[in-house]
Design a protein. Structure first.
Length: 267
Protein backbone atom coordinates (compact mmCIF):
# COMPACT_ATOMS: atom_id res chain seq x y z
CA UNK A 1 0.00 0.00 0.00
CA UNK A 2 2.85 2.38 0.81
CA UNK A 3 4.26 1.93 -2.70
CA UNK A 4 0.94 2.78 -4.36
CA UNK A 5 0.50 5.76 -2.05
CA UNK A 6 3.87 7.15 -3.12
CA UNK A 7 2.98 6.69 -6.79
CA UNK A 8 -0.38 8.40 -6.30
CA UNK A 9 1.27 11.33 -4.52
CA UNK A 10 3.77 11.64 -7.36
CA UNK A 11 1.02 11.74 -9.98
CA UNK A 12 -0.86 14.38 -8.01
CA UNK A 13 2.27 16.55 -7.84
CA UNK A 14 2.76 16.24 -11.60
CA UNK A 15 -0.86 17.28 -12.23
CA UNK A 16 -0.57 20.26 -9.87
CA UNK A 17 2.69 21.41 -11.45
CA UNK A 18 1.16 21.10 -14.93
CA UNK A 19 -1.82 23.17 -13.81
CA UNK A 20 0.46 25.89 -12.46
CA UNK A 21 2.39 25.94 -15.72
CA UNK A 22 -0.77 26.25 -17.81
CA UNK A 23 -2.01 29.21 -15.75
CA UNK A 24 1.28 31.04 -16.27
CA UNK A 25 1.03 30.34 -19.99
CA UNK A 26 -2.31 32.15 -20.37
CA UNK A 27 -2.15 34.92 -17.74
CA UNK A 28 -1.72 38.42 -19.15
CA UNK A 29 0.63 41.09 -17.77
CA UNK A 30 2.47 38.97 -15.24
CA UNK A 31 4.64 40.84 -12.80
CA UNK A 32 5.55 41.28 -9.18
CA UNK A 33 3.29 43.06 -6.72
CA UNK A 34 -0.38 43.90 -6.74
CA UNK A 35 0.12 47.49 -7.87
CA UNK A 36 2.52 48.72 -10.47
CA UNK A 37 2.61 52.32 -11.64
CA UNK A 38 4.30 53.59 -14.76
CA UNK A 39 4.14 56.93 -16.51
CA UNK A 40 2.27 56.83 -19.81
CA UNK A 41 4.37 58.32 -22.57
CA UNK A 42 2.06 60.24 -24.88
CA UNK A 43 3.78 59.13 -28.07
CA UNK A 44 0.65 58.20 -29.99
CA UNK A 45 0.44 60.32 -33.11
CA UNK A 46 -1.72 58.93 -35.91
CA UNK A 47 -0.66 60.22 -39.32
CA UNK A 48 -2.85 60.37 -42.41
CA UNK A 49 -1.83 57.89 -45.09
CA UNK A 50 -2.55 57.27 -48.76
CA UNK A 51 -5.97 55.69 -49.37
CA UNK A 52 -7.40 57.12 -46.13
CA UNK A 53 -10.93 58.43 -46.42
CA UNK A 54 -11.56 61.66 -44.54
CA UNK A 55 -14.75 63.35 -43.43
CA UNK A 56 -14.23 67.14 -43.37
CA UNK A 57 -16.92 69.45 -42.00
CA UNK A 58 -16.72 73.25 -42.01
CA UNK A 59 -19.06 75.48 -40.03
CA UNK A 60 -19.23 79.16 -39.18
CA UNK A 61 -21.25 81.62 -37.11
CA UNK A 62 -22.11 83.28 -40.44
CA UNK A 63 -23.85 80.58 -42.54
CA UNK A 64 -24.01 82.78 -45.63
CA UNK A 65 -20.23 82.52 -45.93
CA UNK A 66 -20.61 78.78 -46.48
CA UNK A 67 -22.87 79.20 -49.51
CA UNK A 68 -20.14 78.50 -52.12
CA UNK A 69 -19.43 75.17 -50.46
CA UNK A 70 -23.12 74.31 -50.17
CA UNK A 71 -23.68 75.04 -53.85
CA UNK A 72 -20.81 72.80 -54.92
CA UNK A 73 -21.80 69.85 -52.77
CA UNK A 74 -25.58 70.10 -52.62
CA UNK A 75 -25.58 70.43 -48.85
CA UNK A 76 -28.20 72.41 -47.01
CA UNK A 77 -28.18 74.28 -43.73
CA UNK A 78 -25.74 76.29 -41.65
CA UNK A 79 -22.97 73.70 -41.75
CA UNK A 80 -21.08 72.61 -44.78
CA UNK A 81 -20.72 68.85 -44.88
CA UNK A 82 -17.86 67.34 -46.85
CA UNK A 83 -20.33 65.06 -48.57
CA UNK A 84 -20.18 62.15 -46.16
CA UNK A 85 -23.63 60.58 -45.89
CA UNK A 86 -22.83 58.17 -43.10
CA UNK A 87 -21.25 54.83 -42.54
CA UNK A 88 -23.10 51.69 -43.49
CA UNK A 89 -22.42 48.93 -40.94
CA UNK A 90 -24.12 46.28 -43.08
CA UNK A 91 -21.93 46.35 -46.15
CA UNK A 92 -18.77 47.92 -44.73
CA UNK A 93 -19.08 50.62 -47.37
CA UNK A 94 -18.76 54.37 -47.32
CA UNK A 95 -20.61 57.01 -49.22
CA UNK A 96 -18.52 60.00 -50.22
CA UNK A 97 -15.72 61.54 -48.18
CA UNK A 98 -12.30 62.75 -49.31
CA UNK A 99 -9.94 60.05 -50.51
CA UNK A 100 -6.22 60.65 -49.98
CA UNK A 101 -4.73 60.00 -53.41
CA UNK A 102 -1.50 58.13 -54.12
CA UNK A 103 0.38 61.44 -54.23
CA UNK A 104 -0.85 62.17 -50.69
CA UNK A 105 -3.30 64.92 -51.65
CA UNK A 106 -7.03 65.55 -51.42
CA UNK A 107 -8.97 67.75 -53.83
CA UNK A 108 -10.87 70.17 -51.60
CA UNK A 109 -13.53 72.60 -52.91
CA UNK A 110 -12.15 76.03 -53.83
CA UNK A 111 -8.83 75.31 -52.10
CA UNK A 112 -7.84 72.74 -54.71
CA UNK A 113 -5.25 70.05 -54.10
CA UNK A 114 -3.79 69.92 -50.61
CA UNK A 115 -1.03 67.66 -49.35
CA UNK A 116 -2.33 65.88 -46.23
CA UNK A 117 -0.46 62.56 -46.13
CA UNK A 118 1.99 62.55 -43.24
CA UNK A 119 -0.02 65.12 -41.30
CA UNK A 120 -2.01 64.51 -38.16
CA UNK A 121 -5.73 65.17 -38.01
CA UNK A 122 -5.06 68.29 -35.94
CA UNK A 123 -2.58 69.59 -38.51
CA UNK A 124 -5.12 69.14 -41.34
CA UNK A 125 -7.71 71.04 -39.31
CA UNK A 126 -5.27 73.91 -38.78
CA UNK A 127 -4.28 73.90 -42.46
CA UNK A 128 -7.86 74.14 -43.75
CA UNK A 129 -8.92 76.74 -41.16
CA UNK A 130 -5.92 78.90 -41.97
CA UNK A 131 -6.45 78.77 -45.74
CA UNK A 132 -10.22 79.36 -45.57
CA UNK A 133 -9.70 82.44 -43.40
CA UNK A 134 -6.61 83.74 -45.20
CA UNK A 135 -8.08 83.40 -48.68
CA UNK A 136 -11.34 85.04 -47.61
CA UNK A 137 -13.74 82.13 -48.08
CA UNK A 138 -14.97 81.74 -44.50
CA UNK A 139 -14.57 84.06 -41.53
CA UNK A 140 -13.57 82.30 -38.31
CA UNK A 141 -14.18 78.80 -39.70
CA UNK A 142 -14.62 75.81 -37.44
CA UNK A 143 -13.29 72.63 -39.04
CA UNK A 144 -13.60 69.02 -37.91
CA UNK A 145 -11.81 66.10 -39.53
CA UNK A 146 -12.24 62.40 -38.83
CA UNK A 147 -11.33 59.10 -40.43
CA UNK A 148 -14.06 57.20 -42.26
CA UNK A 149 -12.11 54.02 -43.02
CA UNK A 150 -10.04 53.36 -39.89
CA UNK A 151 -10.22 49.58 -39.77
CA UNK A 152 -8.14 46.71 -38.45
CA UNK A 153 -8.16 42.97 -39.19
CA UNK A 154 -7.82 40.31 -36.50
CA UNK A 155 -7.00 36.74 -37.48
CA UNK A 156 -6.00 33.48 -35.87
CA UNK A 157 -6.98 32.10 -32.47
CA UNK A 158 -9.52 34.69 -31.33
CA UNK A 159 -13.20 34.36 -30.54
CA UNK A 160 -14.47 36.44 -33.48
CA UNK A 161 -11.89 36.93 -36.23
CA UNK A 162 -12.70 39.55 -38.84
CA UNK A 163 -12.29 43.16 -39.93
CA UNK A 164 -13.39 45.84 -37.48
CA UNK A 165 -14.11 49.51 -38.16
CA UNK A 166 -12.88 51.82 -35.42
CA UNK A 167 -15.06 54.87 -34.64
CA UNK A 168 -12.20 56.81 -33.03
CA UNK A 169 -8.56 57.16 -33.98
CA UNK A 170 -7.08 55.68 -30.83
CA UNK A 171 -7.22 51.96 -30.03
CA UNK A 172 -4.79 49.70 -28.19
CA UNK A 173 -3.79 46.13 -28.92
CA UNK A 174 -5.73 44.88 -25.89
CA UNK A 175 -8.86 46.80 -26.90
CA UNK A 176 -8.71 45.29 -30.39
CA UNK A 177 -8.37 41.76 -29.04
CA UNK A 178 -11.27 42.43 -26.69
CA UNK A 179 -13.44 43.43 -29.67
CA UNK A 180 -12.59 40.10 -31.30
CA UNK A 181 -13.69 38.10 -28.25
CA UNK A 182 -10.20 37.71 -26.72
CA UNK A 183 -7.77 34.90 -27.47
CA UNK A 184 -9.08 31.35 -27.40
CA UNK A 185 -7.49 28.81 -25.09
CA UNK A 186 -5.53 27.63 -28.14
CA UNK A 187 -3.92 31.02 -28.85
CA UNK A 188 -0.30 31.69 -27.99
CA UNK A 189 -0.09 34.66 -25.65
CA UNK A 190 3.61 35.01 -26.44
CA UNK A 191 3.20 35.20 -30.24
CA UNK A 192 0.71 37.93 -31.10
CA UNK A 193 1.84 39.64 -34.29
CA UNK A 194 0.97 43.14 -35.49
CA UNK A 195 1.49 43.49 -39.24
CA UNK A 196 1.76 47.07 -40.45
CA UNK A 197 2.37 48.69 -43.85
CA UNK A 198 3.64 52.25 -44.07
CA UNK A 199 5.18 53.99 -47.10
CA UNK A 200 5.69 50.76 -49.02
CA UNK A 201 7.28 48.88 -46.12
CA UNK A 202 5.76 45.99 -44.18
CA UNK A 203 6.78 45.29 -40.60
CA UNK A 204 5.81 42.35 -38.39
CA UNK A 205 6.31 42.75 -34.66
CA UNK A 206 5.54 39.96 -32.18
CA UNK A 207 4.19 40.66 -28.70
CA UNK A 208 4.15 38.64 -25.49
CA UNK A 209 0.90 39.54 -23.75
CA UNK A 210 2.15 37.89 -20.57
CA UNK A 211 4.81 40.56 -20.17
CA UNK A 212 4.49 44.16 -19.04
CA UNK A 213 6.85 45.05 -21.89
CA UNK A 214 3.90 44.99 -24.29
CA UNK A 215 3.07 48.55 -23.15
CA UNK A 216 6.41 49.75 -24.56
CA UNK A 217 5.75 48.36 -28.03
CA UNK A 218 5.60 50.90 -30.89
CA UNK A 219 2.58 48.90 -32.10
CA UNK A 220 0.69 48.97 -28.79
CA UNK A 221 -1.43 51.77 -30.23
CA UNK A 222 -2.77 50.48 -33.52
CA UNK A 223 -2.95 52.37 -36.79
CA UNK A 224 -5.32 52.21 -39.74
CA UNK A 225 -5.19 48.94 -41.72
CA UNK A 226 -3.11 47.11 -39.10
CA UNK A 227 -3.49 43.33 -39.04
CA UNK A 228 -3.29 41.27 -35.84
CA UNK A 229 -2.49 37.57 -36.03
CA UNK A 230 -2.62 35.20 -33.04
CA UNK A 231 -0.63 32.02 -33.55
CA UNK A 232 -2.11 28.66 -32.47
CA UNK A 233 -0.38 26.70 -29.72
CA UNK A 234 0.95 23.15 -30.04
CA UNK A 235 -2.35 21.67 -28.84
CA UNK A 236 -4.22 23.23 -31.76
CA UNK A 237 -1.45 22.29 -34.20
CA UNK A 238 -1.47 18.66 -33.05
CA UNK A 239 -5.27 18.52 -33.25
CA UNK A 240 -5.16 19.92 -36.77
CA UNK A 241 -2.54 17.38 -37.82
CA UNK A 242 -4.59 14.58 -36.26
CA UNK A 243 -7.73 15.73 -38.07
CA UNK A 244 -5.83 15.86 -41.33
CA UNK A 245 -4.47 12.35 -40.76
CA UNK A 246 -7.96 11.09 -39.90
CA UNK A 247 -9.33 12.71 -43.05
CA UNK A 248 -6.65 11.08 -45.20
CA UNK A 249 -7.32 7.74 -43.52
CA UNK A 250 -11.03 8.09 -44.20
CA UNK A 251 -10.46 8.79 -47.89
CA UNK A 252 -8.04 5.90 -48.14
CA UNK A 253 -10.66 3.61 -46.62
CA UNK A 254 -13.27 4.82 -49.10
CA UNK A 255 -10.91 4.34 -52.05
CA UNK A 256 -10.00 0.84 -50.81
CA UNK A 257 -13.68 -0.03 -50.43
CA UNK A 258 -14.52 1.22 -53.94
CA UNK A 259 -11.60 -0.73 -55.39
CA UNK A 260 -12.78 -3.91 -53.67
CA UNK A 261 -16.31 -3.39 -54.95
CA UNK A 262 -15.02 -2.85 -58.47
CA UNK A 263 -13.13 -6.13 -58.35
CA UNK A 264 -16.24 -7.96 -57.16
CA UNK A 265 -18.51 -6.36 -59.78
CA UNK A 266 -16.26 -6.83 -62.79
CA UNK A 267 -14.81 -10.20 -61.79
Amino acid sequence: MGKYRILLTGWLLVILLSACGSVKDITYLQGEGLLKKAAIADTFNLKIQKDDLLDIVVSSIEPELLRPFIQQNGSYGGNYNSGYDGYNNDNNGYSRGYLVEMDGTINYPLLGKMKVAGLTRREVIDLIQERLAKEGYVKDPIVTVRFLNFRISILGEVGRPGTYNIPSERITLFEALSMAGDLTIYGRRDRVAVIREIDGERTILYHDLRSMDVFQSPDYYLKQNDMIYVEPNHVRAEASAQNQFTSIGTWMSIISFLASMSVLIFK
